[in-house]
Design a protein around this ligand. Structure first.
Ligand code: 5GP
Ligand code: ZN
Length: 112
């Protein structure tokens, strides 16, 4: 499958890895929107939030178990934001589910 993030997970495209376990891979965003901008992805290919279901939702639990560990490793003790974009109106540009961790500064209150 021609999926950018599947290729990153497999190491076919280089990335700056921040965290990895059996289910989850996390790496620095190539175009950071904050001092810390990490993308957290399931190793399983899930397109976006619309494709989460009873069969694959254990991957999402694993992601949210990993996020506090990643935040701690990135020194985000003062807080951070977790975002996922879904579909056209959500401005999703890579069709492999990913959660943005943004932090390292006081983020703007409004998002839209
Ligand atoms: P989306 O807009 O789909 O929510 O987020 C996709 C994110 O992937 C963007 O923030 C973009 O900067 C990042 N991105 C796109 N291509 C690459 C890449 O090749 N490597 C890395 N590390 N990030 C990428
Ligand atoms: Zn994929």
């Amino acid at each position: 499958m021609d999926c950018l993030f599947c290729k990153i997970i497999k190491g076919e495209i280089p990335s700056s890895k921040v965290y990895e376990d059996e289910y989850v891979y996390a790496f620095n965003d190539i175009n950071p929107m904050a001092p810390v901008h990490v993308l957290v992805v399931p190793k399983a290919h899930i397109k976006n939030v619309d494709e989460i279901n009873g069969e694959n939702s254990a991957n999402i639990a694993k992601i949210f178990e990993a996020i506090p560990k990643i935040a701690k490793a990135c020194s985000l003790e003062n807080g951070y934001r977790v975002i996922t974009n879904c579909g056209e109106d959500g401005c999703q540009s890579v069709m492999h589910l990913h959660f943005h961790i943004l932090g390292g500064k006081k983020l703007p209150e409004t998002m839209a």
